[in-house]
Design a protein around this ligand. Structure first.
Ligand code: BGC
Length: 890
């Protein structure tokens, strides 16, 4: 080819490419359905739900953009689906603006990949197609789907080393696709041909194992080859076989047994035949280098015991043992349909303090939940201990006294928050625990022989359920930005397949902590799948009489404690908030009978409508609040949610009954606790005034008076908090929603004791458990129960609120405040309809407010009280700009 023709080809390619680009840009400007998800996941594998939810949103920047109708096409062939031909389900053209539709086609078959797309008609009757997406079914809960057997090794619950399992097999033909389905009682890591499969950590997620056991689906097509292949599985104890001792009795859990698994490796060959390699009696097992593992304390690894090639073809396993059959841990083996835990962020040490030849302390610069990886070389048998903690003693060593208080185990054989590595002496040993995580900022390494260690030998990973960030808060106030950030750090540190209270001392799914944080959670992260799973755990744990334990999941602890309304109202509050944020009522529907049983139970023990069933305003600054008042307010909240759910689901009788119950509770609270003359509840603490205001208990005619009293209380306290967890949830909302936005903001950004800002001033990188930095108990440095603050910024300076009449942000209530002391704010939230932007900037006496309303949605903008010519404006999709004059009080 001569030079000229090369140039012509290049030129044509350029033109063609540019045409494609121009065309693609034009396409982008068109109204288009995007973000297709099934069961709130992108192209998920292992769907077991017979009626999966399909969701999408419209991508359209035009003003007033709307979807007028949609059509869903589902089929087995992606090309046919792209062409609009279906062979499974065609919804036909349906008039409507919804972006969530439940699949209603033919019965879904197991192990099948379904392709689907959405066609939408916009306001101008223009038609646009989404890209083709897919979902793939798993076992579909069908008896007989599983081919494998549950197997384990020969040891009992006390045996410490982790069991390794292996099997070799021949793939006889060319492989088209392959899936590994693995159900585990305990934790696992799967490898194929010497390579670990996937990047999940701590799979499967913790459930009440004897009621529900999760299996995970992996696409392993790329891991296999035609011919000889090897499978390796290593099992960890997790919460299934809790060997460490702590006050919550996990070592006595009714499900406790040696970990076991069931695996189906389903291979589809190019000729259409299917072969399933399964866990069976012909597998081999052995112990290996993991000589001890506890989710709660740490992992011990003896590098001298590594067996190179154990999960590869050709390994000599003649010394390995046979496996034994085990019963399935529960009758319900269900697909794990949620964002997995991953190592999300990497931290290299900020500082290294060499205390002596055998003691090194690393500061990772961030309190987090996670693990530390080391690579070290030293004499064979050198014992390296890696202790993790949140604080340092004055001498620079790691101090665990704030977090090891509920540990009851053997501090020598099984030290708390400590990994132990024994060096092989042969090579640079690398180690990172597989079956444990810790809460920490500092890592102290001690060795039995002097070792040369530097910063490059140590890396920590922040790990958590890898939920997608969907919200942001950026303002001219450093403190606001930090408060938002440390809330998210605390939230993510406490999200391990279920929300926990703290990642170190307990790792417990404390119910109260979970619902107190729910709004901050949902404004910031696409976490619906985690809550759907956690509420399934709730349903598994509920007693026939309706009672719930206050930690979920539990091995039995927490049914007879203060497991009342202010904690276990998770059962009503979380499904309700998920409905508000996603406009998806499935979780509420799934929990409906459970909420009812719960409310009926409390009703049965509270004939006059009042109850003391609860814990009260936990960890208050100084003033305690009336337990009967706060518990009864949560009782009212649950009855109200139940009545609203009944109405939504067309259960007229239930609606009438629970609406009336709600009114009865409300009257009982107000008759007993509200002094109508003064507008004071009980003794008028900040919590006692905030909680009835926030949860809508205060009679309309008393609202202004109660709110004014609360405002006065806060002013008298020089804009400092005097609340525990229940008050912290309510107070900022109670003030802001009743005309005291300025006071609320001052309280939120207070930076002297006691306040959220005081923590930041003292270097906190996560939210703490106690207002008092010198307190003697309840002093974890990574707690989420005071976490309302991070979410409140969305509701206040962003003003972005779901509209209960049109949930899922179909219509947004925009109620921002432009408080004194804050010059600029940019708050964004990716709602199911797309990003809502609420940004403003002050200039002299004016404020410029820019709003972006997502397509196919609307907003009602309520101008705040400190602007002139205040009014309420209804906004269509698109960008809007307002200039408002501020009333400045001089
Ligand atoms: C936990 C809290 C929890 C509380 C209830 C504490 O030990 O860490 O977050 O909600 O107990 O009593």
């Amino acid at each position: 080819m001569n030079c000229k023709s090369i140039w012509i080809i290049l030129l044509c390619t350029y033109i063609l490419c540019n045409k494609v680009v121009v065309y693609a840009q034009q396409e982008d400007n068109l109204s288009r359905p995007v973000d297709l998800k099934c069961e709130h996941m992108f192209a998920p594998l292992g769907i077991d739900e017979p009626s999966p939810r399909l969701t999408w949103r419209l991508n359209d920047g035009a003003k007033g953009a709307k979807q007028m109708a949609y059509r869903i096409v589902v089929g087995l062939d992606s090309i046919d689906v792209a062409a609009g031909e279906e062979n499974v389900w065609d919804s036909g053209k349906v008039d409507g603006q919804e972006g969530l539709v439940v699949y209603k086609g033919a019965t879904l078959k197991p192990w099948t990949r379904y392709f689907w797309k959405v066609v939408v008609w916009d306001g101008n009757d223009r038609i646009s197609n989404s890209d083709v997406s897919s979902f793939e079914t798993g076992m579909m809960g069908e008896k007989g789907s599983w081919k494998g057997s549950w197997i384990s090794d020969q040891h009992d619950i006390h045996y410490r080393p982790a069991p390794y399992f292996r099997k070799e097999f021949q793939a006889k033909k060319n492989i088209k696709s392959a899936r590994a389905y693995i159900a585990v009682a305990g934790l696992y890591e799967l490898s194929l041909n010497g390579k670990r499969v996937g990047n999940h950590r701590l799979d499967p997620m913790y459930t009440r194992f004897d009621r529900r056991t999760l299996y995970v689906t992996h696409d392993v097509t790329e891991w296999l080859t035609k011919g000889a292949n090897a499978i390796g599985v290593v099992l960890g104890n997790g919460w299934y076989n809790h060997q460490s001792l702590a006050v919550w009795d996990f070592h006595n859990a009714p499900w406790r047994a040696r970990p076991a698994f069931c695996l189906d490796l389903r291979i589809e060959y190019e000729d259409g035949t299917v072969e399933t390699i399964r866990s069976e009696r012909d597998w081999k097992t052995s112990s290996g280098p993991i000589v001890s593992n506890s989710i709660y304390t740490g992992e011990h690894y003896d590098a001298r015991l590594e067996q190179e090639g154990w999960d590869s073809v050709g390994f000599d396993d003649s010394q390995w043992n046979s496996v034994r059959y085990r019963g399935a841990p529960s009758n319900l083996i269900v697909s794990q349909q949620m964002q997995p835990i991953r190592l999300v962020k990497t931290y290299h040490p900020q500082t290294l303090n060499k205390i002596d030849d055998t003691t090194y302390v690393f500061d990772m610069g961030q309190n987090m939940a996670g693990v530390t990886a080391v690579n070290l070389k030293g004499r064979e048998g050198t014992v390296v201990k890696m202790k993790h903690g949140e604080r340092l003693y004055d001498d620079g060593r790691v101090d665990m006294s704030n977090i090891d208080v509920y540990y009851r185990g053997d501090n020598v054989a099984d030290p708390f928050q400590t990994d132990i590595l024994i060096l092989s002496g042969k090579k640079q040993d690398t180690f990172m625990p597989k079956f444990n995580y810790k809460g920490f900022r500092y890592v102290e390494i001690t060795t039995t022989e002097p070792l040369d260690i530097d910063k490059s030998n140590v890396t920590s990973y922040f790990m958590h359920s890898d939920v997608r960030p969907i919200g942001s808060v950026k303002t001219s106030s450093e403190l606001v930005n930090s408060l938002w950030e440390i809330t998210n750090n605390a939230y993510l540190s406490n999200l391990m397949g279920y929300p926990t209270d703290c990642p170190q001392r307990e790792k417990n799914g404390w119910t109260g902590d979970g619902h107190l944080a729910i709004e901050s959670a949902l404004y910031n992260f696409d976490a619906i799948t985690v809550y759907e799973k956690w509420l399934a755990d709730h349903r598994d744990e509920q007693q026939p009489n309706g009672i719930l334990p206050d930690i979920i999941p539990t091995g039995g602890w927490g049914y007879g404690t203060a497991n009342g309304l202010d904690w276990t109202s998770t059962i009503a509050i979380i499904p309700w908030e998920v409905y508000m944020f996603y406009g998806d009522s499935r979780l509420l529907e799934d929990c409906y009978d459970n909420i009812k049983r719960y409310v009926d139970y409390v009703d049965g023990i509270s004939p006059n409508g009042l109850t003391t069933f609860g814990r009260g305003d936990w960890v208050p600054v100084k003033t305690t609040s009336n337990l009967e008042l706060t518990s009864s307010v949560y009782f009212y909240t649950d009855a109200r949610i139940l009545a609203s759910a009944a109405k939504l689901f067309g259960k007229e009788e239930d609606y009438k009954k629970y609406y009336a119950l709600g009114e009865k509770i409300r009257d009982a609270i107000n008759n007993k606790f509200l002094n109508r003359a003064t507008g004071i509840y009980a003794d008028g603490s900040q919590t006692e005034l905030s909680v009835p205001l926030h949860w809508g208990v205060v009679p309309e005619e008393s609202r202004a008076k109660v709110a004014a009293n609360l405002n006065e209380r806060v002013k008298e306290n020089d804009f400092h908090l005097d609340v525990g967890v229940l008050g912290a949830k309510a107070i900022l909302n109670a003030l802001k929603d009743n005309g005291y936005g300025e006071t609320a903001y001052k309280l939120a950004v207070q930076n002297t004791y006691p306040s959220w800002g005081w923590w930041v001033e003292n270097g906190a990188t996560t939210l703490l458990e106690n207002w008092d930095l010198d307190a003697k108990r309840d002093i974890s440095d990574n707690h989420m129960m005071f976490g309302e603050i991070g979410g409140w910024f969305f509701k206040s300076i962003g003003g972005i609120l779901p509209d209960p009449e049109q949930p899922g942000f179909k219509n947004t209530l925009l109620k921002p405040i432009f408080p004194e002391g804050l010059e600029q704010s940019d708050v964004r939230y990716s709602s199911p309809y797309g990003e809502i932007r609420s940004t403003w900037e002050k200039e002299g006496d004016s404020v410029y407010y820019d709003i972006v309303v997502p397509p196919n949605a609307s907003a009602t903008f309520y101008m705040p009280s400190n602007v002139h010519d205040r009014k309420t404006v209804q906004l269509v999709a698109g960008s809007h700009r307002f200039k408002m004059r501020l009333r400045i009080e001089r």
